[in-house]
Design a protein around this ligand. Structure first.
Ligand SMILES: [Zn+2]
Ligand SMILES: [Zn+2]
Length: 285
């Protein structure tokens, strides 16, 4: 369909497992700022004239068995954190901060005791920046991502610098899920299912959410930076793949798995962490 599209994946077969999300489950989006980019930066075939602000959005999942925060977006200390990043990175990154996730939750009177864990889609700076604002909350990561935090070079230097993060590793003990080979059903009710989607980083994940009203979301982290990455089956441009992706072949495999899901279940809202369109309809605080 586009010159830059990857080949069409095989059609996904089978139905998603039955789910029984609790009626009390709900979502709150917490936009924490933007970086100023353009579509040519985001995916192959994108235009330099197509300005795209990359949103930095954390998502609060309220669930009676304990709330979860998916990524943190920009934290309270984002300015100082960016000043500590490599010069070349600062040279190509202009950003605008908004209130951090912690500031938004505190202002809304949110009881932090309800927050059971933070799930990182992956450990890059723009997803983990807010971890120091939640020192009492465990951070769930895969074994692969935990290792990447230790040896990921400048890409994980920020998260590595945070003292006293309480990491909890989890595994994918569950069955295949919508074409992904393994899964982790967080509360056993099918409402929050995490699958391994490696490539961008070794332990990157996709988090599937299903609400009682049947609305479904896939939080895909940075598997694609904008929705066209999935809908056009368009990888990141060469330079961005070289600089930012850990294993480009695995990104491709994971991306095509999501493309097959989109083709078969177009009603699932695919939400790249940096594309505000994926979060449309989710209320803010
Ligand atoms: Zn990333
Ligand atoms: Zn990112």
């Amino acid at each position: 369909m586009f010159a830059s599209s990857l080949p069409m994946p095989a059609r996904l077969v089978g139905e998603p497992p039955a789910v029984s999300p609790p009626a009390e489950m709900s979502l709150v989006q917490l936009p924490t700022g933007v970086t100023h980019r353009n579509a040519a930066f985001a995916y192959r075939g994108g235009s330099f004239c197509d300005k795209r602000d990359f949103s930095m959005t954390a998502l609060l999942v309220k669930h009676p068995q304990g709330d979860l925060l998916i990524d943190t977006g920009f934290g309270r200390n984002i300015e100082a954190q960016i000043r500590a990043m490599p010069l070349f990175f600062r040279a190509v990154t202009s950003y605008q901060r908004a209130r951090s996730a912690a500031e938004q939750l505190d202002a809304a009177g949110y009881d932090r005791k309800a927050l059971r864990a933070i799930i990182l889609t992956h450990a890059h700076w723009d997803h983990a920046s807010g971890l120091p604002d939640f020192t009492d909350t465990p951070v769930w990561v895969t074994k692969e991502e935990r290792s990447f935090i230790e040896d990921g070079g400048w890409l994980t230097s920020l998260i590595r610098s945070f003292p006293n993060v309480r990491y909890v590793e989890y595994e994918f003990e569950g069955a295949a899920y919508l074409g992904f080979p393994r899964s982790h059903d967080v509360y056993g009710d099918g409402a929050i299912v995490i699958v391994p989607a490696p490539g961008h980083t070794p332990g990157s994940v996709v988090v599937f959410l299903t609400l009682r009203n049947g609305k479904r979301y896939a939080m895909i982290g940075d598997l694609a930076w904008q929705r066209e990455g999935i809908s056009n089956r368009a990888e990141r441009p060469w330079l961005q793949r070289m600089l930012g992706d850990w294993d480009r072949g695995q990104v491709r495999d994971s991306l095509l798995r999501m493309a097959a899901i989109e083709q078969r279940f177009p009603e699932i809202a695919i939400a790249p962490a940096h594309d505000a369109r994926g979060f449309e309809g989710i209320p803010m605080t």
